[in-house]
Design a protein around this ligand. Sequence first.
Ligand code: ATP
Length: 610
Amino acid sequence: QEEMEQQNETAYEKESAKAFVPYAVLCRTFEKCEETTKRLAITENLVTLFIQLCPDYEGLELGIGESLLMKAIARSTGRSMKVLKDDYTTIGDLGTVAKNSKGSQRTLFKPKPLTTGHVFKTLKEIARLSGQSSQNKKVDKIQGLLVACQENEAKYVIRQLEGKLRIGMAEQTVLSALAQASVMNKPDYEKWPQQKKEESLATATDILKSVHNQLPNYDMIVPALLKYPIDQLLSKCTMRPGIPLKPMLAHPTKSLPEILDRFQDQAFTCEYKYDGERAQIHRTEDGKISIYSRNSEDMSVRYPDIMESISKWIPSSTSSFILDCEAVAWDIEKGSILPFQILSTRKRKDVREDEITVRVAIYAFDCLYLNGKSLLQEPFQERRRLLHSSFIETKNQFYFAEYMNSTDISDIQTFLDVSIQNNCEGLMVKSFDGKHATYEPSRRSRNWLKVKKDYLNGMGDSMDLVVMGAYHGRGKRTSVYGGFLLGCYDPDTEEFQTICKIGTGFSEEILKTLYEQLKPHIIPQPKKFYCLGDNPATPDIWFEPSVIFEVKCADLSISPTYMAGVGQVNDAKGISLRFPRFIRLREDKEPEQATSSGQIVEFYFAQSNI
Ligand code: ATP
């Protein structure tokens, strides 16, 4: 076994020169990034160091629980669980606890320095361990890493295992740093006039961002960047089936006239907004099929039934493709869509086809790649035509999204009403023709508008908020939580900002589920990246960010207690939700995909009474 591991490691290290980068160098950069909140300084730190990041779609779920990590720290440092827990309560960051514990430990001999490649490979192995006794094996592997840690390495090993580095290194910063490094690498860069430096940097950043949107994989982008001039990158790093694109997102609207105002004399088309789960379906030239979630996670094993049926919808003239679709719960007897609540009861892990009780059907609404060619730059009208002519609607399994091209407001109203009778959430209204009708990966674009059924009841859209804390229940709710502290996410500062306390809209059953679901995420103190303000709302229990609620509210107001969008509307106050109501759990979103503080500020200003 050991020999095999050794061989694998050698193969891995040969494959990637960066595998030899001492892990200590990486950690020193992390430390420098953590010490500053200045984006420029972080970029500068990164420019000097390219790091290998694992793409989302490889489905590496680290997020190792605290108790397991503590066990490994205890075993590798000889400290007791009780002492570690006390330290953790005082310090609030398990990474620092691990580092301090190592610091106070006396060692007889100095361990061999860790390489980035070895740490990365071990993290991957840990993430992939599953099944019986996997917990013990994980602790063993973590212990192995911790024993070899020097300086501040234990701090970041633990944070990487927790699933979040939280050093203020957002994706956009990594991309800007790569762009900067590629420009600075050019011959004679030092002698260039300032204006040329700035223009080249702006162009390089734009190129890298669009390349990353289409091919979100640093393992491919960085080697291409080293090999080709940056202006060739877009043609060298093209999208391809097997690598999920970040999906295009829509802007909310509050009324039908708003749609007409937005599009004016531009062509647009309406589609049902299906209420299920986004599914990006890929087929490579050699026939490999995969299904990816909104988060670019590989969901193929979750949908064995769809995987099985796909061949029926593909005529022989269609080879490779990427389809943008929604998977909805399906009533086979009636041949109709079931509400989202039914889909959410479908098993998410270890799905066996013979055990499936909730059937799903696929509604395809876009075709992004077909027979070896990207369609991103084609107008939607053409993409829809190709979708309809290259796939076959298959009863109870695969359908094209219902659409209507009339721009008459009463036709749109009728189409909206019918969509809702059919268990849809409302409509998507999309730019249809011309240069505004291209597919814009990862962008929340005004070329796609969403109209939800209750847009007339005040708020145009619901919000997806992170559970930061909870309040003990009283009366009927004594054995569960009675209320929760929620927050939105600020991608610029990488902070979660409090937005409201919520206690309405929960069934007794969901409260019980939440009590159990949140248990492993309890932390003794709020995280450093929780923005709480000077008059904080203090819950009885704190959680690390993990669970997301979809929430509606009556309106938004300025508050001294809650911090959403602080600094954007008022220097010291944030925005809070009035009369928030729980709608459902969002299991398909990561905490960083919660509604952003920028969106909250937009919602605030969109209120008619402001
Ligand atoms: P966000 O709030 O970040 O926009 P979300 O996942 O909450 O993300 P929604 O507000 O529900 O998004 O609206 C967009 C989603 O609607 C898409 O991600 C997709 O899953 C779904 N959808 C259903 N029907 C369509 C359609 N015809 N065209 C595009 N998206 C559709």
